[in-house]
Ligand binder design. Sequence first.
Ligand code: DC
Length: 225
Amino acid sequence: MPIPIIAIDGPAASGKGTVAASVARALGFHLLDSGALYRLVALKALQTQAGLDDASTLAELATLLDVRFTDGRILQDGHDVTEAIRAEPVSEAASRVAVHPAVRQALVDRQRAFREPPGLVADGRDMGTVIFPEASLKVYVTATPEERARRRHKQLIEKGISVTIDGLLRDIRERDARDAGRVAAPLEPAPEALVLDTTRLSPGDAVDFVLRQFRAITGGGQQER
Ligand code: DC
């Protein structure tokens, strides 16, 4: 039996991370947060003052990443960087390091190694198009830029970080343009992906949609937790 993969792609703050984590939990599957890998390369680049346009140095950093995903925490070189990689400067730098084909190539095998029994939910931008083209189910999660800016604003305000919705909307549009406009593995739905617009959908409904689709494909044979 091949190990099933659910590929969940989409733009920043579309809700794909929440959907992917909840689906993985419901099915007892492993979870790949591929964006975290690009964020780790970006963090390392900022720490070592590597140029964000220096593709070969960045690719080397990507190859040498010492990372462990354990109990919901992310350790780099033994240090817990779970929160550090979510900071805005790292988000911006991650989107910039991700444009380099050499960096993307350096992360391919590391991502594919997450395919382990009983199954994998892979969250990213190119899971269904490049990393796991053979995925059993591909979902492209999206929402309007305005709704995504509103959600990000709420999250940041709750953390006590003061930002404006207009500023966030500008950042989101810039990041979308860079992620979708790059030559290597641009952000786009795979032709066979189901598009899930979460603008007016609760997280629970989005998760149910993916689980229903997966059950329809596997004939309901998968046990849910
Ligand atoms: O999903 P995220 O916001 O954590 O991703 C951070 C950046 O990494 C995003 O701007 C684009 C890049 N990325 C990518 O190019 N390919 C992926 N599979 C995942 C993320």
